[in-house]
Design a protein around this ligand. Structure first.
Ligand SMILES: NC(=O)c1ccc[n+]([C@@H]2O[C@H](COP(=O)([O-])OP(=O)(O)OC[C@H]3O[C@@H](n4cnc5c(N)ncnc54)[C@H](O)[C@@H]3O)[C@@H](O)[C@H]2O)c1
Length: 324
């Protein structure tokens, strides 16, 4: 079967090529890709080449297929999976396989690490580990793009689940954001920030009482405010405030004031920008959790974190890459 794919050979070296896929093995599945949405992280991968943690060193000789938010139709199912999947089924993929034996170990993922599977291809071979890790997801909805977009949404959902809080003296981490707490999403009106706002507003099991969303791009803030209105948020019991921090002389003071002076229980950072990380640290409440969602390109990316507050105010930081 011939496929046409965008393959990465190294830093800023993407090539659109047609090549022959081998016959599938018993534990593999041949699939047609219909839809692949584009992620900022693919741009990062294309820029970094084999310096990227998920991309194998020998990518110049064995190019990987780029794209990890994809959906399509199964074409031919290897005998090992014939009782679970069949040709014609619609599918999506969870690319964060968490599979230690993959090409680059635990970080291996379609779209970064594999030569025969990735979203920017007409046909792909889904390797056995995708099914073994329960990462081939049957999709029965209309169209294909909602299935592609389930991947970035899973990243946002995973990030919210990864936050934790503590009770002094108990030494038990309570997972999740604080219900009826105060939340800030900083640099939050890019596509991923919008996905987070969408999830926070629609969740039924827990939600903050205050959600402040910042950015420095007014056009993006205006668009966000028209998509996710303060009125809709209020109907869900959430006071939603959009804030352009570029116009503030002291953004930390402005953000603190909006929280009633207490700071925020859950703060999410959606841009790998040092001043934004330091702003997030400075607005944490007692036991506040900073979630660094953004993915930096610079392996030495770092920022100041107030360790006085780590000690006396129980502030802490988490980060997640991908969903599950
Ligand atoms: N953790 C994960 O699983 C995961 C998954 C997908 C993407 N990401 C990462 O999430 C991040 C956001 O993705 P995106 O597609 O929304 O990116 P984006 O660049 O479109 O959005 C970032 C936003 O940050 C704003 N910003 C930049 N500098 C700022 C500053 N100093 N103060 C306030 N706002 C500022 C920008 O105006 C922009 O709206 C990226 O770093 C991406 O790599 C992480």
């Amino acid at each position: 079967m011939k496929t046409t794919a965008v393959r990465l050979y190294g830093k800023k070296d993407l090539r659109l090529e047609s090549f022959e896929l081998p016959d599938i093995k018993d534990d593999e599945i041949l699939a047609k890709v219909v839809c692949d949405s584009l992620c900022m992280s693919s741009y990062k991968a294309a820029t970094q080449g084999s310096d990227h943690k998920r991309i194998p060193n020998e990518v110049d000789k064995n190019p990987i297929i780029i794209g990890h938010e994809f959906a399509g139709e199964l074409m031919k199912v290897g005998s090992k999976w014939a009782d679970q999947f069949k040709a014609g089924d619609k599918f999506s993929i969870q690319p964060a396989l968490n599979y230690e034996k993959g090409p680059v170990g635990i970080l291996s993922a379609p779209g970064y690490s594999y030569t025969q599977i990735g979203g920017d291809a007409t046909y792909v071979i889904i390797p056995g580990e995708v099914m073994e890790q329960d990462c081939l997801l049957p999709y029965k909805g209309a169209g294909f793009y909602p299935a592609s977009l389930s991947e970035p949404l899973s990243c946002v959902i995973g990030a919210m689940h990864a936050n934790y809080h503590t009770t002094p003296g108990s030494y038990v981490h309570k997972m999740e954001i604080v219900d009826k707490g105060k939340m800030a999403i900083l640099a939050g009106v890019g596509p991923m920030g919008l996905a987070a706002v969408n999830y926070v507003l629609h969740r039924d099991d827990r939600r903050p009482s205050l959600l402040v969303v910042t950015d420095v791009d007014q056009a993006r803030l205006d668009r966000a405010a028209s998509l996710y209105t303060t009125e809709f948020a209020a109907s869900r019991g959430i006071e939603l405030i959009y804030l352009n921090t570029a116009g503030l002389a002291d953004p930390v003071a402005g953000l603190k004031e909006l929280s009633g002076g207490e700071g925020y229980n859950d703060v999410f950072v959606f841009a790998p920008v040092r001043p934004v990380v330091e702003q997030a640290d400075a607005i944490l409440a007692f036991d506040g959790c900073l979630n660094f969602f953004a993915g930096p390109s610079d392996p030495k990316f770092s920022a100041m974190f107030n360790f006085y507050n780590v000690h006396y105010a129980y502030t802490h930081v988490v980060g997640t890459s991908g969903g599950n």
